[in-house]
Write a protein that binds this ligand. Sequence first.
Ligand SMILES: Cc1cc2nc3c(=O)[nH]c(=O)nc-3n(C[C@H](O)[C@H](O)[C@H](O)COP(=O)(O)OP(=O)(O)OC[C@H]3O[C@@H](n4cnc5c(N)ncnc54)[C@H](O)[C@@H]3O)c2cc1C
Length: 383
Amino acid sequence: MDLTLTEAQLEFRSYARQFLDKEVVSQRAAWDRAESVDISIVPKLGEIGFFGLTIPEEYGGLGGDYITYCIGMEELGRADSAVRGIVSVSMGLVGKVILSHGTEEQKMRWLPRIADGSVLACFGLTEPDTGSDAGNLKTRASREGDEYVLNGQKMFITNATWADVCLVFARTGGPGPKGVSAFLVPTATPGFETREIKGKLGLRGQATGEIYLTDVRVPASARLGEEGQGFAIAMHSLDKGRVSVGAGCVGIISGCLDTVVDYATQRQQFGRPLASFQLIQDMIADISVELDAARLLVWRAADLIERGEPFGTAASKAKYFASEAAVRAANSAIQIFGGYGYIDEYPVQKYLRDARVMTLYEGTSQIQKLLIGRAETGVSAFL
Ligand SMILES: Cc1cc2nc3c(=O)[nH]c(=O)nc-3n(C[C@H](O)[C@H](O)[C@H](O)COP(=O)(O)OP(=O)(O)OC[C@H]3O[C@@H](n4cnc5c(N)ncnc54)[C@H](O)[C@@H]3O)c2cc1C
């Protein structure tokens, strides 16, 4: 389904797929078992330009449009969601808000290195006691002269143990979202400690960690945006991030479809290929339709971003539908594979484990529904 793709977008997709097949798909099962990707993949992804998509050339990026960005995230999701997350968080969640809210000095300091993959960033919003309710986070940043002193804890942070810089959201004012500010904290700063979280169901190759901040001192120039603007910055970032997660989920569904078609046309039972059974085609048809629907929702949100129009609700719809559809697709894929789907010789069990978190992070499915419900009714179900 290539309705509106330009020659350049098609070329990028084909190039990205070839690169990822060689460098990532061949390794993903081993990385999954080892609970770590080989981190040397990061500079290679940087060379190809994945970290520079939509970052302007003056800041070391590739520039380019949002549909191309979604194609990149789709191909990464199809290859390995653990790798897609490394890029999405560093460039998508952090790089893009430095671009939209950073000072010229912050942009020049961080963007060229985020865009070439020589610096990895992480996004520190979630805390042990505040996930969906991020506006009530407890980490504090106290002003002392020309510095801020940060104290607190972050939970479930992608790239935490690999990152060179963390976008930390911390409270500088009173309770609630309006008391939150954002800070670009180099992870080598004294008092910044991490601990890796092991034993995840999916995204096992990706480093997810806790962050402990103990009297971490940063200059006032490390603040991103104004005091009190932090929560709005986080939400702006997550709105765009949801398009990226949605695109990654489209990649999972697309990977499931190709894998099951291949298997069902070869595997024989009762003297016929599985693909000839109507109940198998029923599942394949559902995967195929949901793939198209998810991709169209993601591309619509990307197109709204590209045209500078409001896109938040479209991003929530794309993320909600694509993530739930990815779980359904991967689950059906295992059913079609039978017992072989349950072992890691084939990718479908990994697709299911990786898809499962997509309905949880960057706003759970319930949170997306509340955002969509608020947009439809004008009534907020949040307190
Ligand atoms: C692998 C992984 C990577 C992650 N990476 C990052 C990262 O890089 N940076 C970061 O900041 N965070 C990250 N997260 C955290 C993630 O965003 C949170 O887990 C998510 O926002 C949910 O928060 P919670 O886990 O505290 O669940 P809770 O907020 O406690 O929610 C538990 C359940 O209650 C439901 N719920 C909550 N409030 C409502 C409501 N008002 N109405 C109805 N239902 C509700 C939720 O939908 C969910 O089903 C990551 C998480 C994981 C698992």
